[in-house]
Design a protein around this ligand. Structure first.
Ligand SMILES: C[S@@+](CC[C@H](N)C(=O)[O-])C[C@H]1O[C@@H](n2cnc3c(N)ncnc32)[C@H](O)[C@@H]1O
Ligand SMILES: [Zn+2]
Length: 276
C-alpha cells in the first residue's frame, strides 16, 4: 500500500514528491528512506544512508579505493567524524592514544562505525540540529562527503582545533558517472562550502588529491549504489549499463581537502552568533 500512498507524501527535507523504488522511498534530490520489513516508512528527518547504500560504501572503501583520501587526513586527539558512514576514514586516522566519535543518523552506518576501531564510539544524531557534544572538546572535526553544520562544528572544536572538509572535485569518478549515466557533482559546490563556513571559520589550507583507480564491474556498481545517483534508473538498468563498461575501468578519483580554523573560541562564538 505504501507505493500507492507515496503520491500523498512529500520529502521532509526538500518538499519534492516521493516514489517507491524497490525497498526505498525517495525524491529526485537524492533523499532516501528505507521501507521497513514491517511495511512502514520512517520520514523523521535525517534518516541518513539506507542499509544498501552503507553496505555498498563499506565494500567500495573496504577495497581500498579511497585510501588515499584517508591518508591525506591529519587528525589526532579527540577526532569527531561528522557523517562518518561506516567509519573507514576514522578507523584510518585513529591511534591508540586518540579518541574517535563517529556521528551519523543512519542506523546501518552506526552499527558498522561502532566496530570500526577499538578507540572509536558511534553516536546517532542529526547533523543539521544541535550536536549532542559539549563545547570545545574536539581537536579535529572530519567532514568527508557529508552534511556540514558550520556553527555547531565551530562550537564543539577547541580554539586551536581544525575542521577538515573533503569534497569531490568536479571530475571525481567522471568516466564512471558518464558510463553509467549517473548524476554529476554540482560545479557550484565549492562556492557554497566557502559561503557556509566563512562566517565562523578561516580557510587555512586547500589541496587537491587525486588517484587513478582501476575498477571491476563490481567496484563500479558499489560506487554507484553508495550514492543517490542510481535512483532515477529502473531496476536492472544500472546492472545492464555496468555490464557493457570496459573491465577493468580506468577512472580518476579527485577530491579537495580544505583545512579550516575556527575564528572564535566557543565562548566568543556564543556571544557572536546572534549577530551573524
Ligand atoms: C556520502 S556519506 C559519507 C560517509 C563517510 N564520511 C565516507 O566518506 O565514507 C554521508 C553520510 O552522512 C550521513 N548523513 C546524511 N545526512 C545526515 C544528517 N542530517 N545527520 C547525520 N548524518 C547524516 C549519511 O547517513 C552518510 O553516512
Ligand atoms: Zn528530498
Amino acid at each position: 500500500m505504501i507505493s500507492e500512498a507515496a503520491r500523498l507524501l512529500r520529502c521532509p527535507h526538500c518538499g519534492q514528491g516521493l516514489a517507491v523504488h524497490e525497498c526505498v522511498l525517495g525524491c529526485d534530490n537524492g533523499h532516501r528512506f528505507d521501507l521497513a520489513r514491517q511495511g512502514y516508512v520512517n520520514l523523521v528527518p535525517a534518516p541518513g544512508d539506507t542499509a544498501a547504500m552503507v553496505s555498498a560504501r563499506e565494500a567500495f572503501l573496504g577495497a581500498g579505493h579511497l585510501g588515499f583520501v584517508t591518508a591525506a587526513l591529519e587528525a589526532s586527539g579527540v577526532v569527531v567524524d561528522a557523517g562518518a558512514g561506516p567509519g573507514h576514514h576514522l578507523e584510518g586516522v585513529l591511534g591508540q592514544e586518540d579518541l574517535g566519535l563517529a556521528l551519523d543518523s543512519s542506523p546501518a552506518a552506526l552499527r558498522r562505525a561502532a566496530r570500526a576501531h577499538p578507540r572509536a564510539a558511534a553516536v546517532g544524531c542529526d547533523l543539521w540540529g544541535e550536536l549532542p557534544l559539549r563545547s570545545g572538546v574536539a581537536d579535529v572535526v572530519l567532514s568527508v562527503f557529508s552534511p556540514r553544520n558550520g556553527v555547531e562544528f565551530a562550537r564543539i572544536l577547541k580554539p586551536d582545533g581544525r575542521l577538515l572538509v573533503v569534497s569531490p572535485a568536479p571530475e571525481h569518478l567522471g568516466a564512471l558517472i558518464e558510463g553509467l549515466g549517473l548524476l554529476r557533482v554540482d560545479e557550484r559546490k565549492r562556492g557554497r562550502l566557502d559561503k557556509a563556513l566563512g562566517p565562523v571559520f578561516e580557510l587555512e589550507d586547500r589541496a587537491r588529491h587525486e588517484r587513478a583507480l582501476t575498477l571491476s564491474h563490481g567496484d563500479a556498481l558499489n560506487a554507484a549504489r553508495m550514492g543517490p545517483s542510481a535512483w532515477h534508473l529502473e531496476p536492472g538498468e544500472l546492472e545492464g549499463r555496468a555490464s557493457v563498461l570496459a573491465e577493468p575501468l580506468e577512472v580518476t578519483a579527485a577530491v579537495e581537502l580544505s583545512v579550516w580554523r575556527p575564528r572564535y573560541s566557543p565562548g566568543e562564538l556564543a556571544r557572536t552568533i546572534t549577530g551573524l
